[in-house]
Design a protein around this ligand. Structure first.
Ligand SMILES: N[C@@H](CCC(=O)N[C@@H](CS)C(=O)NCC(=O)O)C(=O)O
Length: 203
């Protein structure tokens, strides 16, 4: 398997399937494309990815694009990336999908930039996104008892790892968004997994 990814400091979409693949323990090769290089990025990505976007997974003679589709494929190939219980699995998929298609203000106003530490006041739009994320996390943690959203680590946690990185980078205060401390603790735990630390070490 070959996973084509973008610059580790910025590419939140690449981080998600990379974490899932790393989690499986399966060997894979990584092809890194420098993003935001005006002259070369687009052409380089297109050499590997027909959508012109990273991440892309090459396996079984095909190229699979889109972070969520790649994670779904990995879950078909390797056990344990989604919860075993069908209801938990549905909730995990709903959480990952919500992240995949939502939180536009947080994504726009607080782009992932590993290593950045600042304190940025939240706009009303970002606060709305963060409130929803905190409520979603607390609801799932209530149900599962943690330490991850559905108990054991799953693709849902991969999808929220870049969110945790944004919370850290921009010093976003989860308490004013309804957190009782558990969302903050979960966010910090995501940034301590061996898989994320391995990504960070190479960013
Ligand atoms: N929905 C896609 C989004 C992928 C995406 O937007 N990737 C960005 C990098 S994070 C990209 O390839 N941008 C092209 C560029 O920077 O030239 C996914 O989930 O994989």
């Amino acid at each position: 398997m070959e996973l084509v990814i973008g610059t580790k400091r910025w590419s939140t979409w690449s981080l998600r399937p990379w974490l899932a693949l790393k989690h499986t323990g399966a060997p894979f090769t990584e092809t890194l494309i420098a993003l935001r290089e005006v002259e070369t990025s687009t052409a380089e990505i297109r050499k590997h990815s027909p959508s012109g976007l990273v991440p892309a997974l090459k396996d079984a003679g095909v190229v699979i694009v889109d972070s969520l589709a790649i994670c779904e494929y990995l879950a078909e190939r390797f056990p344990g990336l989604w919860p075993a219980d069908p209801v938990d699995r549905a909730l995990a998929r709903a959480a990952a999908s919500e992240m995949h298609s939502g939180y536009g203000a947080l994504r726009r106003e607080c782009p992932m930039e590993l290593g950045l530490r600042t304190v940025q006041p939240m706009s009303p739009e970002v606060e709305k996104d963060v409130r929803r994320i905190v409520a979603l996390w607390l609801g799932l943690l209530d149900r599962s008892g943690g330490p991850f959203l559905l108990g054991g680590w799953s693709i849902a946690d991969a999808f929220f790892t870049p969110v945790a990185s944004r919370f850290e980078s921009y010093g976003l205060d989860l308490k004013i968004c309804g957190d009782d401390g558990r969302a903050q603790a979960y966010s910090e735990a995501l940034l301590q997994t061996p898989e994320y630390l391995a990504w960070l070490a190479d960013a």
